[in-house]
Design a binder for this molecule. Structure first.
Ligand SMILES: [Zn+2]
Length: 253
């Protein structure tokens, strides 16, 4: 099972840069239609132990998020949720629990993108390895079909965080997806490819013709191949920020 690599720069990235990257992730996600209403949350750790993390302010549209307004929360200090701009309790329960338990999850992105959420509603939401995007998640994804309560229940947050340990992505049955990464850029690439993978499966199933998944060995080798291309995710994120800068650099404010 693939486990996240320990961040090479743990604790060395400054909060200002993480704010800019996380704000960019919201803007890019909105452009890609990965958002839903003014809900869903992305977070990024700013302390070496991962417990202090930034999160979007309550009910801010993804396309409007600015670096300076991201809320700094402490997974060990529930009183930080008493701030007037604190996110809703589901952010605290899920993201706080993950940051508390998985210090290598420097960024945690949770949303309800259209194709992934469509798959999450199926009796069998597993991703068959039918192309490179789907095979990327072979052995790296956990399918959590054990929802035991609403996402703003602390017990549910703890359960979700426990199930995510050792995985890069989680398909949350009847809900959506969560991905983690060693940086905002790495996590965003996981989210981007996860939605692409789910789109491939939904479109392929929609033809009504039989799927032709790779065999397990081939799927595993393609998944391992992706591990050699993590720099691609960093480059992709940088290019996306260049597009933001061309059109509206206010996410940096
Ligand atoms: Zn959700």
């Amino acid at each position: 099972m693939t486990v996240l690599n320990a961040p090479a720069v743990l604790g060395e990235l400054d909060e200002a840069q993480i704010r800019v990257d996380l704000a960019a992730a919201f803007r890019i996600a909105a452009r890609m239609d990965l958002h839903e209403s003014v809900s869903n949350h992305f977070s990024a750790a700013v302390s070496a132990d991962g417990k202090k993390f930034l999160c979007n302010p309550k009910w801010r549209h993804f396309s409007l998020v600015r670096a300076s307004e991201l809320v700094l929360l402490d997974a060990d200090d529930p009183s930080t949720m008493e701030r007037p701009d604190a996110p809703d309790p589901s952010a605290w329960c899920i993201h706080g629990a993950i940051h508390q338990r998985i210090p290598t999850a420097r960024a945690v992105l949770h949303c309800h993108p259209p194709y992934a959420t469509a798959l999450a509603g199926l009796a069998d939401p597993t991703l068959p390895p039918i192309d490179q995007a789907t095979a990327r998640f072979w052995g790296r994804m956990v399918y959590d079909m054990e929802i035991s309560g609403p996402p703003d229940d602390p017990a549910e947050g703890a359960r979700v965080a426990g199930a995510l340990v050792g995985h890069a992505a989680m398909m949350m049955g009847n809900h959506g997806v969560t991905v983690v990464g060693e940086s905002v850029a790495h996590a965003f690439e996981e989210l981007y490819y996860l939605e692409r993978a789910c789109r491939s499966v939904v479109l392929a199933l929609g033809t009504g013709r039989p799927l032709r998944p790779m065999d397990d060995d081939l799927a595993a080798s393609v998944s391992r191949m992706w591990a050699r291309y993590t720099d691609q995710g960093v480059a992709h994120f940088a290019e996306q920020k260049t597009l933001l800068d061309r059109d509206d650099p206010s996410y940096r404010d």
